[in-house]
Design a protein around this ligand. Structure first.
Ligand code: FES
Length: 149
């Protein structure tokens, strides 16, 4: 072992996938992490309800960059509905895990996906997600209280 981060995290941190912007994005979401002030912006391009392309820009820590990269990989090719099921846990697991004190960084990725989809839905249907009452309330369980694994 060479530190707290998995090889996958290091890989996505040093060569993140899908970095940048999409000029013709159908949805753009920007979220900030109140815990640290880091910011993530996510762009999605949607065709026939499928996310055909996505980019991100993250001003944040290494774990935030790695999780953004993995999150964009995970939602690309998925339907909007499926992408909404991508949780911060799924992103962290796909990266081979994150140190507990960095799990909050993966929440930023989940929220950025939701914010981008929310923007897309508002533009196309006039009605966005009810983000406040999302089914992902477990977000806030990741305070460092030493509960799960
Ligand atoms: Fe801010 Fe990781 S420390 S997102």
């Amino acid at each position: 072992m060479k530190g707290p981060y998995s090889d996958k995290v290091m890989e996505h941190f040093s060569s993140p996938h899908n970095v940048g912007e999409l000029d013709d994005a159908d949805g753009v979401g920007e979220v900030g992490n109140p815990a640290c002030g880091d910011i993530m912006k996510m762009y999605i391009k949607v065709e026939d309800d499928v996310i055909v392309d996505t980019r991100f820009k993250t001003f944040g820590c290494g774990a935030a960059i790695a999780t953004s990269s993995m999150a964009t990989d995970l939602i690309k090719g998925k339907s909007v509905e499926e992408a909404l099921q991508v949780t911060n846990k799924a992103v962290a697991e796909a990266l081979g895990g994150l140190p507990k004190q960095k799990l909050h960084c993966s929440v930023l990725a989940e929220e950025a996906i939701q914010a981008a989809i929310d923007d897309y839905l508002k533009k196309t249907t006039g009605k966005g997600l009810d983000l406040k009452q999302s089914s992902h309330d477990h977000h806030h369980d990741h305070e460092p209280e030493g509960d799960d694994e």
